[in-house]
Design a protein around this ligand. Structure first.
Ligand code: F6P
Length: 363
């Protein structure tokens, strides 16, 4: 019977706790033993109480909780081999032979590295005398399965990452609130939204809130964007609009990759269009709060599938990542998905924006 551990890593996202609940319960329902690793990879390195056996009722109510109830961290020690060696030793100590990781692309890349290094880590534990050969016999292979938890929706090969629709909902709600005050004063608001290098949140929020202009990193505006934006906004005002909303993704830039900041946009709207303008940075409000129904469903279905993938894996199976494609839960090759994701950033760096726009869904 497998002994399966789950951890959350990188920035938290709504639905991560629901994913942990699903992994724990599907593990138990399959007759296996479930563990939760607290504080991300740091918990693996620290071992002891940070790796806790989980029972059915330990995750009661977690489906509707925001953030991640087992904690997350950006762990420096795990980035170095000695940290991963200690982590491997702690896992063998607890008899864990499979790991489900819910995180962003960085966290999942770390997971795959851990898996590929695993046989040599076990070897080193034996040769250094930390473990006896017979103790590691059952731990020659490590199964890793990825779940993508991120508000950014920035991983290729999946239509949605766990948390992105909750975050989008929060952004829309916030912009609706801003709309009311903007309308009252006939003001303009420049709203900065999260997304790191990915414009999905900004684009979707802009469309769903009827923004006047949207800036995203994958599709920067033309060289004459300042004039273009002012002309469009003046036109909207001339048509009778009482408010102006411009959404700026935090990673926005122009076609020569010079950052476009909310402050730059505000100055233009004030000085060139003559609008009373304010900037609102939504910040971490976008990341907290309970998951929406879609994210609860996504996390639950994907958590169940992650455990099934562990139970069906062979040492030869490449690490899978559980995705949602056209409303179906599917397994994809984790490293291939990460490679496609990285290609988008490379296209942007090379200023090949046409490819950047296609990139994330490319197969
Ligand atoms: O990846 C999720 C995310 O919220 C990004 O949208 C944002 O750029 C980043 O994390 C913020 O990170 P931190 O919480 O460490 O400031």
């Amino acid at each position: 019977k497998k002994r399966i551990a789950v951890l959350t890593s990188g920035g938290d996202s709504p639905g991560m706790s629901a994913a942990v609940r699903a992994v724990v319960r599907q593990t138990l329902a399959s007759g296996c033993t479930a563990f939760a690793v607290y504080e991300g990879y740091q918990g693996l390195v620290d071992g002891g109480d940070m790796i806790k056996e989980m029972q059915w009722e330990d995750v009661r109510g977690w489906i509707s909780e925001g953030g991640t109830l087992i904690g997350t961290a950006r762990c420096k020690a795990f980035m170095e081999r000695p940290g991963r060696l200690t982590a491997a030793n702690n896992m063998i100590e607890k008899g864990i032979d499979a790991l489900v990781i819910c995180g962003g692309d960085g966290s999942l890349t770390g997971a795959d590295k851990f898996r590929s290094e695993w046989p040599s880590l076990v070897e080193e534990l034996v040769s250094s005398g930390k473990r006896k050969a017979h103790e590691v016999e059952a731990y020659r292979h490590l199964n890793i399965v990825g779940l993508v938890g991120s508000i950014d929706n920035d991983l290729s090969s999946t239509d949605a990452t766990i948390g992105c629709y909750s975050s989008l909902q929060r952004i829309c709600q916030s912009i609706d609130y801003i709309d009311a005050t903007a309308l009252s004063h006939q003001r303009a608001f420049v709203i900065e939204v999260m997304g790191r290098h990915c414009g999905w949140l900004a684009l979707m929020a802009g469309v769903t809130c009827g923004a006047d202009f949207i800036f995203i990193p994958e599709n920067p505006p033309s060289e004459q964007w300042e004039e273009e934006m002012c002309t469009i906004i003046k036109k909207h005002r001339a048509m009778g609009k009482r408010k102006t909303i411009v959404v700026v993704a935090e990673g926005a830039h122009d076609r020569s990759l010079k950052p476009i900041s909310p402050l730059m946009v505000k100055d233009l709207l004030s000085d060139k269009v003559g609008l009373d303008t304010r900037v609102t940075t939504l910040g971490h409000v976008q990341r907290g709060g309970p998951p929406c129904a879609y994210d609860r469903m996504l996390a639950t279905l994907q958590g169940v599938e992650a455990v099934n993938a562990v139970l069906e894996a062979t040492p030869e199976t490449p690490s899978p990542v559980i995705c949602m494609v056209e409303n179906k839960i599917v397994r994809k090759d984790l490293m291939q998905a990460i490679k496609l994701t990285k290609q988008v950033a490379e296209h942007i760096e090379k200023k090949d924006f046409d490819s950047a726009m296609k990139g994330r869904d490319a197969e």
